[in-house]
Design a protein around this ligand. Structure first.
Ligand code: GCW
Length: 717
């Protein structure tokens, strides 16, 4: 299995085989535009591999239709034979023009496109929107209707996903529209190789697909393949450089804008817009202005002019991403201004061009004194941003990490998401597995994201998904690099796919998304034992996030990782540092008291019911008890176990689960591609080693602190 035109890279969820159902049929495409051209090329390629044909409906004014696929005779016949699959932009599908209508569309049952349109009903006219589409099966013809080219392209990928099922018995029109308007991936890719962070900050899949050693990488085939993978899962925006903007990267905004334009040109045919991370200090570092003060007129003029030039070069440019006053990045605080002042400055410059600024809420003091127990990093984003609600311009998207700290395996939902109803918020996930095994461990993250998206509060039961959908959409840190499998761990491709699908439709279940991904990627139907393959992949992946949680940091405590590289255990690694991530374990107990009654007061940042639920150990969910409370080792959890026994048990269980996963994966030899089998096998060996190390260190640590033996008498070192 290979990616067309790109033989050295794994095809991920778009192998040639995934196009079998589409490519073996007669397809007719009505419509014009760059993305319709892309669609036509896709179908043409599918037909070349599978024997079907595709024609472009004749422009009634310009004669001959384009036809592709199959030998000449087949092509000639195609022009005369009714289509089995029709893509139609509703605006361009011909009406009852004499001599044209139904030429290759009409089937025995009449004109299926007309029937499809009628099936949509009057209410749906204009309702498909810029990216929506409808699919229906009318008699022997599957029809995809859209109002805009992007919708048609997304419709193609839906038909691909459904495979033969899209060509079964007739069904009425089903309308598909993305929930969130912007579904975005942030790349933490550096242009220069950073002395500490490398080419990709927190990248676990090799180098960058965009940059190499200070220059654009210019592997356009690879970028195009990336764009089609993203379009096929629903992503429509990408930011191409790290939010930590260093000297070279700062210049992408001005002197090196051509490098960004080049990427935009390659991604555009798949409906993906490019965004750029910029430094707040740009006027100072790029043009020697004396200040970057957001209220300074010269600064405002600089951003307006700079942004005008960006749009002159890249007319569909998406906008800026900004990490300000965070981990050493410059920001408005230096000028005595707040984050609304800062964000509005850039929003004002972007507004005339319909651009947006993604302004990150990841703002906290990373030079904290560990002796000071009153400062709580979890509080920081809410403390800084909630009071600013209502002050941001319309084209500001405040981008909030899903949890209050930093992409830990288990965190509560960030209270910022519940606190800013007058601001457009985007929720930020991390597909790159910084704290969840770094693409050496299998860790399917959709169950975690899905829990976050479904989390609700207040009388109206508003959810995180509602906030993102009504506001700024979903954003995630990409896990892609120049690795032959894209993501280092082949099974980590599922996380990228799942992010796109959940951003398109947050109601999808993680299992359903995994089913789609498995069927596209592994083509089980073509193997000797489809059911075993599907079942085993589910067994390996469905619960892998919870397994990871079991053998790593317990009960929501977080950050027991090795400092800096964040891989593997180091229980006290961050305990006496300035980063604000502590567990406070002593001989009596462990956890962070974040209550209003006796702790940092963080629970008070939540609306009801969560402000009460989290405040008391009697109601706090077990999996977050150490996030919110400092409890004795003998504290009884709702599960009926003590905290210390929970730590021991889950760590032993977690390792046993990885061993079982390893065994299951071995059993798939022959059912999955040999190279994938080998790569995953190697990674599982490392995962097992690392899980054992986590188990031994965490259990030994708490045994030594508490002196409490394991109730089951297992060795604790
Ligand atoms: O998780 C932390 C990472 C940093 C990252 C930061 C952020 C890009 O350790 O490497 O910086 O988050 O989100 O800005």
């Amino acid at each position: 299995m290979t990616t067309p035109d790109l033989i050295d890279v794994h095809p991920a969820w778009l192998p040639v085989e995934a196009f079998r159902a589409v490519g073996s049929r007669r397809t007719l495409v009505h419509g014009d535009g760059m993305l319709v051209d892309t669609l036509f090329d896709e179908v043409e390629r599918a037909c070349a591999a599978n024997g079907g044909t595709v024609r472009r409906a004749a422009d009634p004014h310009h004669g001959v239709p384009a036809t592709a696929g199959g030998p000449d005779a087949a092509r000639a016949q195609a022009a005369a034979t009714p289509a089995q699959l029709v893509f139609a932009l509703t605006a361009t599908v011909p009406g009852p023009a004499p001599g044209f209508r139904g030429e290759a569309v009409r089937s025995a049952d009449g004109d299926p496109v007309e029937a499809a349109r009628a099936g949509l009903g009057a209410t749906a006219v204009g309702a498909l929107g810029a990216e929506g589409f409808a699919v229906t099966r009318q008699g022997e013809v599957t029809v995809v209707l859209a109002e805009e080219p992007a919708g048609l392209l997304y419709g193609l990928f839906e038909v691909v996903r459904r495979g033969e099922a899209a060509f079964g018995p007739p069904y009425p029109a089903r309308v598909h529209r993305p929930a969130a308007r912007r579904r975005m991936l942030d790349h933490w890719d550096n242009v220069d190789v950073h002395p500490v962070m490398g080419q990709v900050e927190r990248g676990y899949a090799g180098g960058s697909i965009f940059w190499r050693d200070g220059r654009p990488r210019r592997d356009h085939a690879r970028l195009r393949a990336y764009a089609r993978l993203l379009a096929a899962c629903g992503v429509n925006a990408v930011s191409v450089n790290n939010v930590n903007v260093h000297a070279t990267e700062a210049r992408l905004l001005t002197g090196r804008l051509d490098d960004v334009a080049e990427i935009a040109d390659v991604l555009r045919p798949y409906g993906i817009r490019v965004h750029l991370s910029v430094t707040f200090a740009a006027p100072v570092v790029l043009d020697a202005l004396p200040t970057a003060d957001p209220l300074d007129d010269a600064v405002r003029a600089w951003w307006a002019e700079t942004t005008r030039r960006v749009y002159a070069r890249i007319p569909d440019f998406g906008g800026y991403v900004v990490k300000a006053d965070s981990e050493g990045q410059p920001g408005p605080f230096s000028y005595g201004r707040d984050h609304a002042d800062g964000a509005n400055l850039l929003a004002e410059a972007l507004a005339p061009h319909d651009g947006v600024v993604h302004w990150r809420a990841f703002v906290y003091d990373h030079r904290q004194d560990w002796r000071d127990r009153s400062t709580d990093r979890a509080r920081a984003a809410h403390d800084h941003f909630a009071p600013l609600d209502g002050r941001f311009r319309d084209n500001v998207v405040v981008q909030v990490k899903h949890g209050p700290i930093d992409f830990q395996t288990r965190e509560p939902v960030s209270p910022v998401i519940m606190a800013m109803s007058a601001t457009r918020l985007a929720v930020e996930f991390q597909v790159t597995q910084e704290y969840t095994g770094q693409q050496r461990h299998v860790c399917y993250l959709a169950p975690s994201w899905s829990e976050v998206l479904r989390f609700g509060w207040g009388d109206e039961g508003r959810t995180v998904a509602d906030v993102a959908v009504d506001g700024g959409g979903l954003v995630a840190v990409s896990n892609v690099g120049d690795d032959p499998f894209w993501t280092g761990h082949p099974l980590a491709q599922a996380n990228l796919y799942a992010f796109g699908r959940l951003a398109w439709d947050p109601r999808l279940t993680p299992q359903a998304v995994l089913d789609e991904w498995i069927d596209l990627t592994f083509d089980p139907a073509a193997t000797a034992d489809p059911e075993t393959l599907r079942r085993t992949l589910h067994e390996v992946m469905d619960d892998s996030w919870r397994s990871y949680e079991r053998y790593s940091a317990p009960l929501g405590v977080g950050f027991m990782v090795r400092p800096s590289d964040h891989y593997g255990p180091d229980v006290d690694g961050y305990e006496y540092t300035s980063w604000g991530t502590y567990h406070f374990a002593d001989r009596d107990g462990v956890g962070v008291d974040r209550t209003r009654a006796t702790g940092t007061g963080f629970t008070g940042q939540y609306p009801p019911p969560w402000s009460q639920v989290y405040e008391s150990t009697a109601s706090c969910p077990d999996e977050l008890v150490l996030f919110f409370h400092h409890v004795p080792y003998g504290h009884l959890l709702h599960s009926g176990r003590t905290v210390i026994q929970h730590i021991y048990d889950t760590h032993f269980d977690g390792v046993a689960e990885v061993a079982e996963t390893r065994r299951r994966w071995t059993s798939l030899a022959g059912l999955v591609d040999a190279a994938v089998h080998a790569r995953v096998g190697e990674r599982l060996d490392e995962q097992l080693r690392c899980a054992q190390e986590w188990c031994d260190q965490v259990n030994a640590y708490f045994y030594r602190k508490s002196g409490v033996p394991d109730a089951q008498g297992r060795a604790l070192h």
